[in-house]
Design a protein around this ligand. Structure first.
Ligand SMILES: Cc1cc2nc3c(=O)[nH]c(=O)nc-3n(C[C@H](O)[C@H](O)[C@H](O)COP(=O)(O)OP(=O)(O)OC[C@H]3O[C@@H](n4cnc5c(N)ncnc54)[C@H](O)[C@@H]3O)c2cc1C
Length: 302
């Protein structure tokens, strides 16, 4: 379960401004972020390709406060798609709808998501809409459903931590929308989310079985070795070949596990974040595993 203090600090503007500008902060961020430029991100994608792992690019940013910033975020997603395609990679990006103005104007978000998805379609690519905090779940699902209904290559993410997810999964399965299943990186009230790790993991396992049986090319996005083993067991039991689903992991986390799955012939995609606005993403990674904080501090003191 995400650590509450670190999640609270992930929203702190002063700490963010300080961290994103400080050379030390930028150095620490490299643990989970491929770099600040698109070129840095493409180098990480190239390195993954060498290991047989595909990628999705995320130009970091969220909760923009002006329409101009939303337009800029969409332009940068298109730039990523084009650069991936030009480099001979699959044109696959992950975006956040608060980056396209979800706090500002629904019509703007719809237009921007559609324009990015149209460019992805032209390049034979795909747009994954990340799932943010529960205040955005309904609107995110509606926008993805509408964009998919227009025949565009979009999918989204469901969080096993939320009590509502089994219902959402059925809705997306019925529409044929590709789902990435995650545990959930945001702190949620117990009225909406399971309170214990055992419940979140139990929900994840149940949803995985459902997606393997009925989903459209689901992405099992976790670093949890027990869940990965259970997924492989379920896939073998259902006689599913590797082409029917993929594992996904975050840049910088459990490369050993990625390599071991590839050696066994399973598909693996890595989520490659890049850009100057790395602070909230970085803090969520620390919150998932506070031991990371100790590890970073120990390295700094050396
Ligand atoms: C490809 C991908 C996309 C994602 N997209 C979203 C999204 O759109 N919305 C959302 O809410 N969440 C997203 N997440 C984050 C997710 O919700 C979890 O917070 C995160 O994956 C940690 O959970 P876990 O499944 O790895 O299991 P956990 O039980 O948290 O961890 C299992 C094991 O994985 C390793 N591990 C996990 N996290 C870390 C870390 N930060 N540093 C080092 N080791 C770690 C540790 O060995 C740990 O014991 C995404 C995750 C992935 C992999």
């Amino acid at each position: 379960m995400p650590n509450a203090l670190l999640i609270a600090l992930s929203h702190n503007r002063r700490l963010r401004a300080f961290a994103e500008r400080s050379p030390l902060g930028r150095r620490m961020a490299r643990r989970f972020v491929a770099g600040e430029s698109l070129a840095d991100a493409l180098a990480a994608v190239e390195a993954s390709r060498g290991a047989g792992v595909t990628a999705t690019l995320d130009h970091l940013g969220e909760n923009v406060t002006t329409p101009a910033a939303a337009e800029q975020a969409a332009a940068s997603a298109v730039e990523s798609l084009e650069a991936l395609h030009a480099g001979g990679f699959e044109a696959n990006v992950s975006v956040k709808l608060t980056q396209f103005g979800l706090d500002l104007n629904a019509a703007l978000v719809q237009r921007l998501l559609r324009s990015v998805a149209e460019r992805a379609a032209a390049l034979g690519g795909f747009v994954r809409v990340d799932m943010e905090g529960s205040a955005y779940t309904d609107r995110t699902l509606e926008l993805v459903l509408a964009t998919h209904a227009a025949g565009l290559p979009v999918g989204t993410v469901l969080q096993s931590a939320l009590r509502r997810t089994a219902g959402d999964a059925e809705r997306l399965i019925a529409a044929g929308i590709r789902i990435r299943l995650v545990k959930g990186a945001y702190r949620e009230p117990v009225s909406l989310a399971f309170a214990t790790k055992a419940e979140v993991d139990g929900s994840y396992r149940w949803l995985t079985e459902r997606l393997l049986a009925a989903g459209n090319y689901p992405a099992i996005a976790t670093h949890d070795p027990n869940i990965i083993a259970a997924t492989l067991g379920a896939a073998r039991q259902q006689g599913l070949p590797p082409e029917r689903f993929e594992f996904q992991m975050l840049y910088g986390i459990r490369r050993d596990l990625q390599a071991s799955l590839r050696r066994q012939g399973w598909r693996v995609r890595v989520y490659v974040p890049y850009g100057a606005e790395w602070y909230p993403y970085f803090m969520r990674r620390l919150a998932e595993r506070p031991a990371n904080l100790l590890f970073l501090l120990r390295n700094l003191l050396r």
